[in-house]
Design a protein around this ligand. Structure first.
Ligand code: AMP
Length: 418
């Protein structure tokens, strides 16, 4: 690998397998989204910086992670760091306030890169808007269950919490402030900085070991919930139990952005480590209104596609199944055989993966086929063209067989089923 051509820090070139998995996950997602009547929307990837700044002073994303710049007309714009906010913008623009929608595409965050954390990554964002009924939250859990099962991910753990209403949170934040102020000198610099910025809830996110001692003993949001939030949370838990969807309650779970209320959740997977959730979401009933839209309730989730891929890469059975394709190299020896090679390509293109090689000497082309581990190679000469047949060489055992053009399609059908 040449350093000179390496991608930017935090960006990556996808391997063939990662690209294949990305495509496969998208296909599976699209199929299920259609069955669930989830409409796919494609918001722009560049937006006004101000719309993300309005997400709240304390939001980490806004603080330091935006890829923002001034465009030629002087407007401050940024690459989107997530879909919910730009999705809300689109729905307000289109006056659409009912239904379930999804976005699938790249997001950009200027984060410190590490395993499973990139500066450019893909998210599936699902947003159910127009109802604050708790059964809409449950529908989302059902979708996630079916989606993860469709792509063969089973070993995940669901954590849920309720962060109540804005009022509940204000009371809780005041208590947290008093609590953390007593221990501030013992906390990490990061936590001290969050305290300075009044991001008391975000202090609960710290993974610093010393911080964790105090975080674990901190007052819990669940003791501050109003009756309605408490009841809603209770109903959600009951329904999840009845549906046999297993979860853990984590009273310290808060979400990155400030616009959430009541239900928040995260799914973790042991292959990703505790800091990297597979997906996360929650209810955001006040966001539409707070950005100048109507009073529209919503619940949504953001799924990290690279994290799904990271888990899927370890699924040997799946990888084997995806790679069960036969590769064929076709080598026309002279220009007079080019069109005959294309005719063969047309015949077989839906059955095997074909690479027609025109350049270089025959032995160099054979070497390329070998290097790429093509299972079959056809050398096409004048004799084959005149006899309307081909000689198929099985590269795995160096045997050859002559097959007529009329039998060719059948031959590969049988090979595929072997
Ligand atoms: P968030 O919008 O921060 O709630 O993120 C939703 C999901 O996106 C997370 O649970 C991750 O799976 C994924 N995600 C967030 N940030 C990154 C990142 N920097 N790199 C890869 N995946 C990410």
């Amino acid at each position: 690998m040449s350093k000179k051509h390496a991608p930017l820090r935090g960006f990556k070139y996808y391997t063939a397998l990662e690209s294949q998995l990305l495509h496969w996950v998208r296909q599976k997602f699209n199929q299920l989204a259609e069955a669930y009547n989830i409409k796919i929307v494609n918001p722009p990837l560049l937006a006004k910086t101000s719309i993300f700044q309005s997400l709240g002073e304390a939001s980490d994303v806004v603080k330091k992670e935006l890829y923002s710049f001034t465009q030629r007309d002087g407007e401050e714009v940024c690459l989107i760091p997530e879909y919910t906010r730009i999705f809300v913008e689109q729905m307000c623009y289109e006056n659409t306030f009912h239904g379930t929608f999804a976005c699938f595409g790249p997001c950009f965050r200027y984060e410190r890169p590490q395993l499973g954390r990139y500066r450019s990554f893909n998210q599936i964002s699902i947003e159910s808007i127009g109802s604050n009924h708790y059964m809409k939250d449950i529908e989302l859990f059902c979708f996630l269950r079916d989606f993860l099962s469709a792509i063969g991910i089973t070993d995940y753990k669901i954590q849920i919490n309720s962060i109540g209403t804005l009022d509940d949170r204000k009371k809780y934040e005041q208590t947290l402030k008093e609590y953390f102020s007593k221990h501030l000198h013992k906390l990490s610099d990061n936590s001290k900085a969050k305290f300075e910025k009044k991001a008391f809830l975000r202090m609960l996110d710290s993974k610093d070991e010393e911080d964790l001692i105090y975080i674990n003993k901190a007052p819990k949001i669940t003791d501050f919930l109003c009756d309605e939030s408490m009841q809603t949370f209770h109903r959600i838990k009951m329904k999840l139990n009845e549906l046999n969807i297993q979860f853990e309650e984590n009273p310290l779970l808060v979400r990155g952005l400030d616009y959430y209320n009541d239900l928040v959740f995260e799914y973790n997977h042991m292959n990703l480590g505790s800091q990297n959730a597979l997906l996360g979401g929650g209810r955001y009933d006040s966001l539409f209104k707070s950005v100048g839209g109507p009073d529209v309730a919503a619940v949504g989730v953001g799924i990290g596609v690279e994290r799904l891929i990271h888990v899927l890469e370890k699924n040997e059975k799946l990888i084997d199944r995806l790679n069960q394709k036969i590769h064929l190299g076709i080598i026309p020896i002279e220009e007079t055989e080019y069109l005959y090679a294309l005719e063969i390509f047309e015949l077989l293109k839906n059955k095997v993966c074909i690479d027609v090689l025109y350049d270089k000497t025959v032995s160099q082309r054979l070497k390329i086929c070998n290097k790429n581990m093509y299972e079959y190679v056809m050398l096409i000469g004048e004799t084959e063209r005149l006899n309307q047949n081909v000689v198929i060489k099985d590269m795995r055992n160096s045997t050859s067989i002559t097959v007529s053009l009329t039998e060719l399609s059948n031959y590969f059908n049988n090979e595929k089923n072997r």
